[in-house]
Ligand binder design. Structure first.
Ligand code: ATP
Ligand code: MG
Length: 565
């Protein structure tokens, strides 16, 4: 964590309980003073911001304490896993700013070793083949307060189990007809210890090992041992694995030859309001077309957040802010929005964009004349310089910056009122036109040539300043306004209601006739801007030179600045 200077003194912000453990382990010389972590995604979906919390810890701790962090794909289920996911996971981790050098591993690298270990357990009377189907096995598990029932196959001979296990792997039996179970304790108060299934038959092709195996280790049988094989010192994972720890320890006890064992430490998952973190459910949204894809800017996936305009720095900052504890909680999405707003405030150039254009004709400005006015790119950062934008007789302003009958204290444009066009002149409204339906179609103004910003001789002051673009020079753009994907704080956490019922029907609003300043013609996908007075926007992948497309990242204010026009 960061060190700050306060009154000239070094002040260390408190470290997380996990970091504290790491410091103590390093100080006591445990594991030869090594720190080695891993990030173990299952390649069955795209990474979401919850994973970022694990990534920042796994890679961050290794980086800070001179250790290493492996990337290990937990590819134990060939049915759900795809190469597309592996590629996206790597891209997202790099984008977040972390690197695993050449340490890209797969649980499938250890299928041979794990199989040998399973055979060893059978020979030692610590595992057996069970011929019962899964539902019977689970019905015999008992409850936390009631012991389980032993399988009738529990005490079959090691020879018989060995023979069956080999034949399971040769493809002789159908999926679901037999499993291999560890023989631990059906009366254990910890349900995970009640003879857990450690191998099952799956007859699908695996993305790396092809047809080589017909039996696959369960996640619980692969995970701890993979850590052990890789020499992981601190195995950091989320709280739901706490109850699995005794099982992982039991398995390592059977395997280990020296003092070394990975130390598992659990922390609370990241949950965010108005969204959900389950890969399975996010996949459903994609498959059912509720969103445009994994990278839909409304998704909590890292690729979705990237497309929305989030920076890696803002996500890391947010993760840092929420910290790591032992208590499950749900974090407010507005904290994440605050982090990106803070970051973009420093980085994003200011530009003029009009989302709902209303034409203003400046009747006393010469026809055909163009002037260039200079505007500062970012008042927070002088080094970002300034740019020139064209001003002419016809400009666009926002429709809601004009009112025919304004309320008291409306400092924008209205009949007889004066405002400044930012960076240019003060204009005065002299009239307006309406169409048959009463909609205002054009506003007429005069300008005062002595009021040019920076150069004018007049010291006239007005209360309102508007952004604008020159009609002749403006570039057409499409702007996509996003709101929360769900209108419930915890859509996936409602017992009696499907999360789909909470999808926000207004989560995407597309404005097709926006006008932006000409400097944006050369903007590239993922370029980020502050549209002045409106919010932060990011160029979408769909954008082309002839058809600019922007995504709204976040409004300028802490409440979702709704632009409902
Ligand atoms: P999901 O529940 O979304 O399917 P998962 O836990 O099955 O996620 P994995 O690919 O197994 O996904 O996760 C890889 C690592 O990321 C694990 O160590 C897991 O603990 C961690 N992780 C997953 N979700 C979160 C979260 N919401 N907050 C913090 N860490 C998470
Ligand atoms: Mg998982």
């Amino acid at each position: 964590m960061s060190e700050e200077k306060k009154n000239g003194e070094e002040v260390k912000t408190p470290v997380s309980f996990i970091e504290q453990i790491i410091i103590e382990d390093l100080e006591s010389g445990k594991n030869g003073g090594r720190i080695h972590t891993r990030f173990p995604p299952e390649p069955n979906g795209y990474l979401h911001i919850g994973h970022a919390k694990a990534i920042c810890l796994d890679f961050g701790m290794a980086l800070k304490y001179g250790g290493k962090c492996n990337l290990r794909f937990d590819d134990t289920n060939p049915v759900k896993e795809e190469v597309e996911y592996i590629d996206s996971i790597k891209e997202d981790i790099r984008w977040l700013g972390f690197d695993w050098d050449d340490r890209e591993y797969y649980a499938s690298d250890y299928f041979g070793k794990l199989y040998d270990f399973a055979v060893d357990l059978i020979k030692r009377g610590l595992a057996y083949v069970d011929d019962q189907p899964a539902d019977v096995i689970s019905s015999q598990k008992g409850t936390p307060t009631q012991s389980g029932i032993e399988s009738p196959y529990r005490n079959r001979s090691a020879e018989e189990s060995l023979d069956l296990f080999e034949r399971m792997n040769q493809g002789e039996f159908e999926e679901g007809t037999r499993v291999l179970r560890a023989k631990i304790d059906m009366t254990s108060p910890n349900m995970q210890m009640r003879d857990p299934i450690i191998y099952r038959i799956i007859k699908a092709s695996h993305h790396r090992t092809g047809e080589a195996w017909k039996v696959y280790p369960m996640y619980d049988f692969a995970h701890g041992q993979s850590d052990y094989f890789e020499g992981i010192t601190h195995s950091l994972c989320t709280l739901e694995f706490e109850v699995h720890r005794p099982l992982y320890d039991w398995l390592i006890d059977q395997l280990k030859t020296g003092d070394y064992r990975p130390r598992q430490i659990e922390f609370n998952r990241l949950n965010l309001t108005y969204t959900m973190m389950s890969k399975r459910k996010l996949l459903e949204l994609v498959q059912e077309g509720k969103v445009s894809g994994w990278d839909d800017p409304r998704m909590p996936t890292l690729c979705g957040l990237r497309r929305r305009g989030y920076t890696p720095e803002s996500i890391r900052k947010f993760i840092d802010l929420i910290g790591y504890t032992k208590v499950e909680a749900i974090n407010d999405v507005s904290l994440l929005e605050h982090a990106v707003r803070d970051d973009l405030n420093l980085k994003a150039p200011r530009v003029f964009a009009v989302l709902n254009p209303l034409k203003v004709t400046i009747t006393n400005y010469p026809e055909g004349k163009t002037e260039y006015v200079s505007l500062i790119n970012n008042p927070e950062d002088e080094s970002m310089g300034s740019r020139e934008i064209p001003f002419s007789r016809e400009v666009y302003i926002e429709q809601d910056d004009f009112m025919e009958n304004p309320p008291h204290k409306f400092f924008r444009l209205a009949p007889g009122a004066e405002v400044r066009l930012k960076g240019a002149y003060i204009i005065k409204c002299t009239g307006f036109m309406k169409d048959g339906s009463g909609k205002i179609t054009e506003v007429l103004c005069t300008y005062d040539p002595d009021t040019r910003s920076g150069a004018g001789s007049s010291n006239k002051k007005v209360k309102g300043t508007l952004h604008w673009v020159s009609a002749e020079h403006a570039v057409d753009a499409e702007v996509r306004l996003y709101d929360r994907l769900f209108n419930h704080e915890d859509p996936a956490g409602q017992k009696d209601e499907d999360y789909r019922n909470f999808l926000n029907p207004e989560s995407l609003k597309i404005l097709k006739d926006c006008k932006v300043e000409p400097s944006l013609r050369t903007a590239e996908p993922l370029d980020k801007f502050q549209f002045q007075r409106l919010g932060y926007f990011c160029v979408d992948y769909d954008s082309t030179k002839d058809h600019l497309v922007f995504n709204r990242t976040v409004g300028l204010k802490d409440t979702w600045a709704k632009i409902n026009r």
